[in-house]
Each structure stands twice: as C-alpha cells, then as structure tokens.
Design a protein around this ligand. Structure first.
Ligand SMILES: [Ca+2]
Length: 415
C-alpha cells in the first residue's frame, strides 16, 4: 500500500499540468479545462499574440491574456436566447486590432441584432462602426455566428427571428447567411446585387466553417413544434442557394431548394458552432465538428471528396453537457460548454472552455520507476499490477495493442 502512495505522489509531483487532463485513450485525445466558472460562453477567437477572446451570452467580452482571464467589455444585451453572440477578430488584427461583435438588443417593444466593429487597445475596446443593424431578432432564432472566410469577407448567420416566412424573403436579412466586406459594404460579387444575402431559406444557422479547399459548411437548428421536430441540418453553402426553410425539412424536396448533406431525422442535436479540424490529432484531420446543445455531444462528421457523408459519430456523449461552440484553435480543438443557459445541469465549474489535444505518445520517465522498484523488491507483484492498471485507467499507459504509445519493457505476463 505504501508504495502505491509513493507512486501517486510521484504522479502529483512530476507530471506536467497537461497530464491532469481527462484522457480518452479510445479516441487518442485528452481534454483540458482552459477556463471555468463562466456564464454561457458563446464564441471564441484567437489573436496572433496568444490572447484568447471570448463572448458570454450575458453580454461580456472576456480575454485570456498570458493565462489570466479578465472581462474587457460589458454590453447591455437583450433577447432570451440572444445576447452577446458571435465575435471575430479581423484577419489583419495584428495591424488594425478590429474585433467584430454580433449582439442582440431590445429597442422599445422589439428585439433586434446588430454587428459592430470595435478597435482593441491594451485589452480595451472602443466602438468604431456599426456594420449591420436592424437584423430581426426575438427571444429565439437570432443566429449570431460570425466568421471571416478564406476570401477575407465576413460571413454572418441570422435566424428567422421566429417568423419563418422571412427566411424565404430576399428583402429581409433574417434566416440567412450574409456576406459583407469588413467595413460593412456589400461585396461586388455577392449573388444578389446590392444585398448582403449569400444564402437563404435558413431557420437558425449557428455554425459555419470552411474546409481547406474553401467549401463552406453550416450547421442549422431544425424545427421544434408545429412544423416538425429534429431534422437538424448540416449544409454545404453555395452562393444564392435556397436551403428550404420553412417549405421543406429533412429529405423533403422542392424545386430549386437545396437539401442538407446530413440531417438528424427525428433525433435532436441542436447544433451550434461548427469547425473543420486540421492538426496534430491525426485521426481527426479533415473532419467537421459540430457542438451539440440538446444532444450533449461533439458531432464528428467525415465527408468524402464529393461531400457525401462517410460517417458521423457523437463524441463525449453526455460527458460535458451542452456544447455551444467548437473552433480549431492554434493549439488544439476548443469547445465551449453551455450548461448555465437554463437548459442544462451545470457541474461545479461550468461553464467551461475545453481544449482537446492529442494524447501524449511519450511515456513520462518516472513510470519506469515502477519497474525499478519492483526489481528492487520495494513493491510486490500485486502493487505493480495495481499501479499499471491505474495508469491504464488514466490513459497514461495503454493496453491497446494497436496503440502508438511505446510501452516500457516489462514481463511477458503483464502484456
Ligand atoms: Ca433546410
């Protein structure tokens, strides 16, 4: 028993912080908590200098600067499920320090959304320009994801604001994916002249990202209520296309309406943020991920080169509760929980920002001590087995013969 305590002590003293991450040997990844005790973090973006900016739906903009989190702005926001939603740093942030924020506000008896450009200086923001205003809003269906595309245009998802018919109307910016220049003007090559509308017929899209070849994929909340349930969508977005809401859902078709690449059928994922992943987690390279609220999982989708869905899988089902956003960060895949939004079951440190990285493939040197101690007779066979079992449970060692983790040499009977 005593030697097991020694082993645990060795673990505490010698393992780098990252090893305290939750390990998922089956997935080959580990999950760390980057920030905790947040309130509905909604969107996250990364600066060239290592700073991490994120919004909370309640109306605050936060920064993590050299590991220290602080609030840098609070806005008076409105609208039940609206609030401070999407944020994006300018692709040229290093030079211009522009930060774009999409938020919901109440005006007299109505709820609206606007997109505002701010200038950042020493973690303080000054309003620079309102790029879009009077975007129809409501307690639900405010869209709100904003992201720069590979073409350096700013894309904005808007919800139908509870009025489904607006999604089909080209004279309304509700129920759309919009595309503007970073100064708020309309790009010359938009599909409809003098219109920010890029695609239409959307209910409440909340996730967009582009793959390496520049193809835009969007997530969209399917119906709940009088006109169907479930049928959450993953769409391939092309300029000028009509994605069908509210005329068609799921596999239903109608002339000139584009069907989703994938939908949830009668299941409900409630997908919010979406991101392609490219990075050191080799088995995930090129997959599309969607953060699932009601479904409480991270949806991983593999497309073939024609964007047919090869497979999709619910990862971390129920483990972290409701998930709001997923973004391919500079050092891992970041995931935001949404358990404080009144629909979840928060744990003691929710909400959280999580970072997913590859499981270390190198063995901490001290693990060899177990075998040294055993050889020197300091621990028994049982204690050695216990220690190894414990390390396997933690994902530090693996008993998977296909694993790339190199095991130290130990007696045949333990393999
Ligand atoms: Ca659709």
């Amino acid at each position: 028993m005593k030697s097991v305590i020694i082993i645990v002590l060795a673990f505490v003293l010698l393992i780098p912080i990252s090893a305290f991450a939750e390990s998922y040997p089956d997935l080959g990844v580990k999950v760390e908590t980057v920030a905790e005790n947040l309130v509905i973090p909604w969107s996250i973006d990364f600066a060239y200098d290592g700073r991490i900016f994120f919004s909370e739906r309640t109306g605050t903009l936060q920064v993590i600067d050299k590991g220290i989190q602080k609030q840098i702005m609070a806005l008076d926001v409105g609208g039940g499920e609206g609030g401070m939603l999407g944020i994006a740093l300018d692709p040229d942030f290093e030079k211009n320090h522009y930060i774009y924020i999409y938020y919901t506000y109440n005006e007299l008896l109505s709820t609206k959304n606007k997109l505002v450009r701010y200038v950042e200086s020493n973690n303080s923001l000054t309003e620079d320009k309102i790029l879009l205003d009077d975007i129809p809003g409501a307690s639900y269906h405010d869209g709100g994801r904003i992201k720069f595309g590979p073409d350096n245009k700013l894309y904005i998802t808007t919800g139908d604001s509870g009025d489904p018919n607006l999604a089909q109307r080209l004279d309304s910016v509700a129920g759309k994916i919009l595309r503007i220049n970073s100064d708020g003007t309309i790009p010359d090559d938009n599909p409809f002249q003098n219109s920010a509308v890029y695609s239409y017929g959307h209910r409440n899209p909340q996730g967009i990202d582009w793959d390496k070849s520049g193809v835009l994929i969007a997530t969209e909340h399917g119906p709940s209520g009088w006109n169907g349930i479930g049928h959450d969508e993953i769409n391939l977005i092309q300029p000028g296309q009509n994605y069908g809401w509210p005329d068609v859902i799921g596999d239903e078709t109608k002339d000139a309406m584009t069907s989703p690449l994938l939908h949830s059928g009668d299941d409900t994922w409630a997908p919010s943020g979406g991101s392609f992943y490219y990075g050191e987690i080799a088995q995930w390279d090129g997959l599309f991920f969607a953060a699932s609220l009601r479904g409480e999982h991270l949806l991983a989708i593999e497309f073939d080169s024609e964007y047919n869905v090869i497979s999709f899988e619910k990862l971390f089902l129920g483990e972290y509760g409701r998930l709001r956003d997923v973004v391919n960060g500079p050092d891992g895949l970041y995931v935001l929980t949404s358990n404080q939004d009144g629909r979840g079951s928060p744990t003691y440190n929710d909400d959280r920002i999580l970072r997913i990285t590859a499981l270390d493939k190198t063995m901490p040197k001290w693990i060899e001590n177990i075998f040294v101690w055993y050889d020197e007779g300091k621990i028994s066979e049982d204690e050695k087995r216990n220690a190894i079992g414990w390390l396997i449970d933690k994902g530090i060692l693996t008993d998977d013969p296909k694993s790339e983790i190199e095991l130290p040499k130990f007696p045949e009977d333990l393999k």
